[in-house]
Design a protein around this ligand. Structure first.
Ligand code: HEM
Ligand code: SF4
Ligand code: SF4
Length: 392
């Protein structure tokens, strides 16, 4: 939208020349010619090698797509480099995937191979790949993630830092396709779960472990107290009047489980804490309906420390889960399918993760997650559950 056409913004008359409700641009105008021509006519596709897809149309046309990793948060300079690559190899066309990978589309295998070589050769001055090719088939593709300490006010961990550390450790699975099935990893820096942590094979989730501190002086002016009270899933907050006669709230610390919802509603109830804040690991979620229904991911590790800049405890745990799954699961089994087939007590035994009371559900509909059956396998972890709930 040129300044010439619309005129400069005039702060004295903000509604003058104002254009609104025009929506996104129509996607058709950005389709590469070969995609536009064969739209709705595709008959088959194949993964020729990691990062290289081929689609065949009923017209006989073929398109070759090269997929490469993106850090999601990127500079305009980096976007310009992507545009330069698209200009050089793809007639100026490029697209992003739902997991924030970048895809370049070409109409011949030779062009695709040349493009792949070009992408793989590009590196940042410090040595990281700018455009690592991969993310297809039965491997680990881009990690869907959130804002972290880069931009949000309620995180319990960082996003970009943990994702970079994890992706480095699992890099071989981005550029290869040797797992039993697709493995989706997602990260969210608080339990708002922006993104896909609740439905991913492995999820990394920021979590607080200390209750909010109520700022009695500010709260009356800064917050709608009924909203704060209604924000709490455990009814831990009630209205009080301070000795000075100010309206405030009190938090029942025995009920609070540190979700941070009250802080989302009310800036006078901060709860972030450098030692308290930690990372949960969840596993076994999926979105597709392939063979089994979609599943929620389930918590298996209650607290790993926030240990910037490389989060070694988190990356070790994620790698261990990936390695055990890779060697034990059957073809096409997602992590959740595998864990449910062998039984969660076997999942804990095989991965060596300690079973702690934190992972036993105690929220409202918790009953359905308990074992109402004598069917279980004898494992150290099964005894741990028994001891945890007061049995032998
Ligand atoms: C190796 C030998 C045996 C095997 C593998 C076996 C296996 C089974 C199985 C799989 C069931 C079904 C359980 C269920 O669906 O909950 C069952 C039920 C039953 N079996 Fe056997 N069985 C064996 C020997 C015997 C013998 C020798 C008897 C009796 C003399 C017997 C009597 C029963 C009875 C009465 C039931 C039904 C129990 C019920 O309805 O609750 N079984 N058996
Ligand atoms: S997950 Fe939470 S902390 Fe992270 S971006 Fe979303 S709201 Fe902010
Ligand atoms: S952190 Fe969550 S559980 Fe604790 S008081 Fe606030 S809303 Fe309630």
């Amino acid at each position: 939208m040129s300044k010439g056409k619309l005129g400069y913004f005039n702060p004295k008359k903000p509604m003058e020349n104002r254009i609104t409700d025009c929506g996104p641009q129509r996607y058709e105008q950005f389709l590469p010619p070969v995609i536009r021509k064969n739209y709705g006519k595709w008959v088959s596709h194949r993964i020729l090698e990691p990062g290289l897809l081929m689609h065949v149309s009923e017209t006989g046309d073929k398109v070759y797509t090269v997929r490469c990793g993106g850090a999601r948060t990127m500079s305009v300079e980096h976007i310009r480099e992507i545009c330069d690559i698209a200009d050089k190899h793809c007639g100026g066309y490029v697209r992003w995937t739902t997991r924030n990978n970048v895809e370049f589309i070409t109409d011949s295998e030779e062009k695709a191979k040349a493009l792949k070589k070009d992408l793989d050769a590009r590196k940042f001055p410090a040595g990281s790949h700018k455009f690592p090719v991969g993310g297809t088939g039965f491997g680990i593709t881009g990690i869907v993630h959130t804002q972290g300490w880069i931009h949000c006010h309620c995180p319990a961990t960082d996003a970009s830092g943990v994702v970079k550390s994890t992706a480095d450790v699992l890099f071989e699975h981005f550029t290869d396709m040797k797992l039993p099935a697709k493995l989706r990893i997602a990260l969210a820096c608080c339990l708002n779960m922006c993104g896909a942590v609740h439905c991913s094979d492995i999820a990394i989730l920021g979590y607080h472990r200390k209750p909010p501190i109520v700022d009695d002086k500010m709260i009356g002016g800064a917050c709608e107290i009924p909203l704060v009270i209604a924000a709490c899933p455990l009814y831990a907050i009630k209205p009080v009047t301070t000795p000075e006669g100010k309206k405030s709230v009190s938090v029942n610390y025995d009920k609070c489980m540190f979700c941070g919802n009250c802080y989302t509603m009310c800036a006078a109830m901060p709860l972030a804490d450098s030692e308290g804040d930690c990372i949960n690991i969840l596993v076994g979620g999926k979105i597709s309906n392939r063979i089994t229904k979609p599943k929620f991911s389930k918590i298996v590790v209650a607290a790993l420390p926030n240990n910037p800049p490389r989060w070694p405890e988190v990356t070790d745990t994620v790698k261990k889960i990936v390695d055990v799954y890779a060697s034990d699961a059957k073809k096409y089994e997602r992590i959740g399918d595998w864990a449910e087939r062998i039984g969660w007590e076997k999942f804990f035994e095989k991965t060596g993760l300690p079973f702690t009371w934190h992972v036993i559900d105690d929220y409202r509909l918790a009953y359905d997650t308990l074992r109402t059956s004598t069917q279980f396998k004898f494992t150290e972890q099964a005894w741990a559950v028994s001891k945890t709930v007061g049995g032998i």
